[in-house]
Write a protein that binds this ligand. Structure first.
Ligand SMILES: [Zn+2]
Length: 218
């Protein structure tokens, strides 16, 4: 049986993340999913995805904009979709122009103070050299493929097959926001009609709330 959202948890996450930056939301979701505040970005995405499937079930609908024609493409992610597991989380060594360069995986803390700066992963590396950058990105992706989750999509409007990158924590956050706002509307209706408190209403299962909402409309 699919477990529905636990109202108070969803509302709690929404409250904490509402005015936060995307990076802070990623950290919030990672911790809610059982990771440390300074998890690798791959672990953070996997933790956020666990939250999503725990509260909203295994299949997810999404809407992305087609880069070819601008239409909104609605699709359902496969039920077994999840960010892939890491091959390794240890530091990586890459050979570049005869030198061995040590690289670590990006972490949540790398995003907290302004835009991501790759020099944090290897301070002395040649990040301005596009060939080095390419080699470093390939090594990072091989170590943790969740750093870039590609989705193969087909646009019904213009019939183009395309690959889009899924922003995992952004996607999970959007789902939480949508659920929290719907929940607040339900709480307002039920509180007015039955006189219950927010705590009482959000502790109910979604099915139980739906039963009472339906009775109100009878
Ligand atoms: Zn299109």
């Amino acid at each position: 049986m699919a477990t529905g959202p636990i109202g108070s948890v969803i509302l709690g996450l929404y409250e904490q993340g509402m005015t936060a930056s995307p990076a802070q939301r990623a950290a919030l979701l990672a911790q809610a999913g059982g990771e440390k505040a300074n998890a690798t970005l791959g672990d953070a995405d996997r933790a956020a995805w666990r939250i999503l499937t725990r509260y909203f079930g295994p299949a997810q609908d999404a809407v992305l904009t087609c880069p070819s024609c601008g239409a909104e493409v609605e699709f359902t992610l496969p039920a077994n979709f999840s960010p892939p597991e890491a091959e390794t989380e240890a530091d990586l060594t890459i050979q570049y122009k005869g030198a061995a360069i040590t690289l670590r995986l990006p972490r949540l803390s790398d995003l907290q103070n302004g835009p991501f700066d790759p020099r944090k992963l290897a301070p002395d590396a040649h990040w301005t050299d596009p060939d080095f950058r390419k080699a470093a990105e390939a090594a990072l992706m091989a170590a943790d493929p969740a750093l870039k989750c590609d989705l193969a999509l087909s646009c019904a409007a213009c019939d183009t097959d395309q690959t889009q990158v899924l922003d995992v924590t952004g996607f999970v956050w959007a789902r939480i926001e949508q659920a929290a706002r719907a929940l607040v509307r339900d709480v307002a209706k039920l509180a007015r009609f039955y006189g219950w408190s927010e705590a009482e209403i959000t502790a109910m299962t979604p099915v139980r709330r739906a039963i009472y909402l339906r009775e109100m409309d009878e």
